[in-house]
Design a protein around this ligand. Structure first.
Ligand code: GAL
Length: 714
């Protein structure tokens, strides 16, 4: 009896507060991807919300390799009713990822709580895409498939049982004392009693990113028109004003592929009715068709919070959450009934009359706007899980409307997460710091998302031009004039430079499109930071001496991160200047780099200082770089339209490029209706460059007209 009592007391004591070591059994589920299960994973997670399925064809093409870490160095426990995870971290190792951060690229030493939110000016885990994925400079990646608020200690905790413990130093006498002693682990808390964990092999950091992207279905391949220029008009514009705006673009010779209508297209907004405002858009169908006839598509702003006056309110009402957002009801998109009502309205009222896509706003935060975590949803998904996945669900099911029509869409969204890699949306926000927008562009490449450093308005013509220069070298070239009403030509002093940039964006569509195809088929993010570039070695300071020990012993000795230059596709290094800057340093990775505009040698694996003038954004091309370009058209080529190519080649190394081609608008590429044509440039016996391109592939779409060559480096 006594024994039983003791056992019961012990069991009660251990109960919730105990810590139970968990054995992780690793299983290779795809080449170079291992899944480990801890405890009993929840039935709802990021991959379930997004519906992402691995892109097998792409994964099979990556090199076979072993488990990238010592399995014994990864441990898990169930502690306090939560999963505690621990991954190894070597001294000279840097970490990238943990979502769409805006101010930092290096994540080692961070404490983050990954939580979907509107970015609030601090890299603390609260962001539009708090993707629980990181990659290491040692060439591997880790993904935690949970729709919970995950806490990450990315190398901060100093464990007593470390096999490589830090030695205590005397701050009184030792100048190498550090307030951040070496931590040998990334430690993670998942507030659930089980979770799936994935490990991605390299061998390079980029390979680990590729495997993650391919595992999530491969990157999105936008329609060609999505890569053209887009203007968002003032909120309360009428159809007549939109038509006038389009005419002004045409008249002034500015390219334009799609116009974004903001809340005023709806009869009511905040909360929305999801039907046209007839006083502003009396004949929606005719209007959309007339715009299409001019080669201009329409993208509609929504936030998915339903007004009582929405025509489908009654049918969706039972399938919405317990709390409202701006008094609009929150659809539980995990339920087919909610999707049918909501998406049915979008289909009938907009998609079926030719609207090309959506901007899905305010699915991220702030806390005061969205439902609180105590909210409940009819499916049983918690407020927290819904917060982490609402953006994914909205993207997934709006995209389905277009898939069902075999038409690609390309829109905007303010929240995403792991699993959203193949969804055709670009993240934007209300924050407007140009420098931080570029850092976000870098981090988008390790967060499985796309990001646009949108241009809205500027205090000066200089700022307008500097911002415009970067948006042209980004996934979506957009002016968001919903409130400002600005046009590309609004700053007359720089209007001609702006026009030139917009035309350059158009000329580069063959390059952008092929780079996005690599995102889809190979998992390579089209926009990414230098850390993913081969030949770019980031110094990680070992025992940096703290020079300021007496004044501030807690100052961190960190290695300098490169967060103001990035790669745009395989060959281009973009080094923006910001307002007030006339000169900057550019870190060129190993090898020779050439000026994009002139073809001249810019440097060879060195740090250069450049003074490009206001009109130029510095762009450098890797040795052997091939950039396919087309004439500066006013709209992206239509499905199947043949376009002449000018193939530019830079440097001296043999040139190679895979030019992607398909119809540009449908999903037929998923059934094989595409080709990659190989472009080569070599030096012949006489010392002259000669270019060649393989023949169009029989039976596949061929949109290439005549080909001319431009050897840029003399
Ligand atoms: C904001 C959004 C802006 C604009 C505005 C319209 O939330 O970020 O881009 O769409 O709403 O109300």
């Amino acid at each position: 009896m006594k024994k039983i009592c003791i056992l019961i007391v012990l069991a009660l004591l251990i109960g919730n507060s105990g810590s139970f070591a968990q054995q992780i059994v690793w299983k290779e589920i795809e080449p170079g991807i291992w899944k480990g299960i801890v405890g009993k994973p929840e039935s709802y997670d990021l991959l379930k919300a997004s519906g992402a399925k691995p892109f097998e064809e792409g994964l099979l093409k990556l090199a076979k390799t072993g488990f990238p870490l010592q399995q014994d160095d990864i441990s898990a426990s169930l502690t306090d009713g939560k999963v505690y995870l621990q991954f190894p971290l070597q001294k000279e190792e840097q970490l990238y990822g943990f979502g769409l951060n805006f101010q930092t690229v290096h994540q080692r030493g961070k404490i983050l709580q990954l939580h979907t939110d509107h970015y609030g000016g601090k890299d603390n885990g609260r962001t539009h895409a708090p993707t629980p994925f990181y990659v290491s400079s040692k060439g591997y990646g880790v993904f935690i498939n949970s729709a919970r608020y995950i806490t990450v200690y990315a190398g901060t905790g100093v464990r007593k049982n470390s096999t490589n413990p830090e030695i205590a130093k005397d701050r009184n006498t030792d100048k190498t004392w550090s307030s951040r002693p070496y931590s040998d682990a990334v430690e993670i808390i998942v507030p659930a009693t089980g979770v799936e964990v994935y490990v991605f092999a390299g061998p390079t950091t980029m390979d680990a990113v590729r495997r993650f992207n391919l595992f999530n279905g491969g990157g999105v391949l936008p329609p060609r028109w999505g890569l053209g220029f887009t203007q968002r008009v003032k909120s309360l514009y009428t159809s007549a004003e939109v038509e006038k705006e389009a005419a002004a673009f045409e008249e002034k010779g500015f390219p334009l592929d799609f116009i974004g209508l903001e809340p005023g297209w709806q009869s009511k907004s905040y909360p929305g009715t999801f039907e046209w405002a007839r006083q502003r858009y009396p004949q929606p169908s005719q209007f959309v068709q007339q715009m299409l006839a001019k080669g201009i598509r329409l993208n509609l702003w929504i936030n998915p919070y339903v007004s009582k006056e929405a025509p489908f309110y009654k049918s969706i009402q039972p399938y919405t959450g317990s709390h409202t957002v701006w008094v609009g009801e929150v659809p539980d998109f995990t339920l087919p009934e909610a999707r049918e009502a909501f998406m049915g309205q979008l289909k009938k009222d907009q998609v079926d009359i030719g609207v090309s896509g959506y901007k899905i706003d305010e699915v991220d935060g702030y806390d005061y706007y969205l439902w609180p975590d105590v909210a409940s949803f009819p499916s049983g998904i918690s407020g927290e899980q819904m917060r982490q996945t609402f953006g994914l669900l909205a993207q997934r099911y709006t995209n389905e409307l277009y898939r069902n029509k075999n038409q690609r869409t390309f829109g905007l969204v303010r929240a995403s997460n792991a699993g959203g890699v193949s969804l055709p949306y670009v993240i934007y926000n209300d924050y407007y710091n140009h420098e931080d927008f570029i850092t976000a562009l870098i981090n988008s490449g390790t967060a499985g998302v796309l990001w646009t450093p949108e241009v809205r308005a500027s205090k000066t013509a200089e700022e307008w031009l500097r911002r415009f220069q970067t948006v042209v070298f980004s996934p979506m070239a957009m002016i968001n004039a919903w409130s400002s009403g600005t046009k590309p030509w609004s700053y007359p002093e720089v209007a001609s430079q702006i026009k030139e940039l917009a035309l350059l964006r158009m000329r580069m569509i063959p390059y952008w499109y092929s780079e996005f195809a690599k995102y889809h088929f190979e998992g390579t993010p089209p926009f990414h930071g230098m850390a993913l570039e081969e030949g770019f070695k980031q110094e990680i300071k070992k025992d940096a001496t703290n020079k300021n020990l007496e004044e501030n012993p807690y100052a961190e000795a960190t290695s300098k991160e490169i967060k103001d230059q990035y790669m745009a596709g395989e060959y281009l290094l973009v080094a923006p200047l910001f307002t007030g800057q006339t000169t900057r340093k550019v870190v060129l990775p190993k090898g020779k780099w050439y000026d994009f505009y002139t073809g001249e040698l810019a440097g060879d694996g060195e740090v250069i200082t450049v003074t490009p003038g206001l009109d130029k954004i510095p762009v450098y091309v890797k040795d052997g770089g091939v950039i396919p370009m087309m004439p500066a058209m006013m709209h992206a080529p239509k499905a199947g339209e043949k376009v002449d190519l000018e193939i530019r080649y830079y440097g001296t190394k043999p040139g190679y490029y895979k030019l992607y081609d398909d119809d540009g608008e449908t999903f037929n590429y998923e059934n094989g209706a595409y080709s990659f044509r190989e472009i080569r440039v070599i030096k012949n016996a006489a010392g002259n460059f000669v270019g060649s391109i393989t023949d169009p592939v029989k039976g596949k779409p061929n949109t290439v007209g005549s080909v001319t060559w431009k050897f840029m480096s003399k």
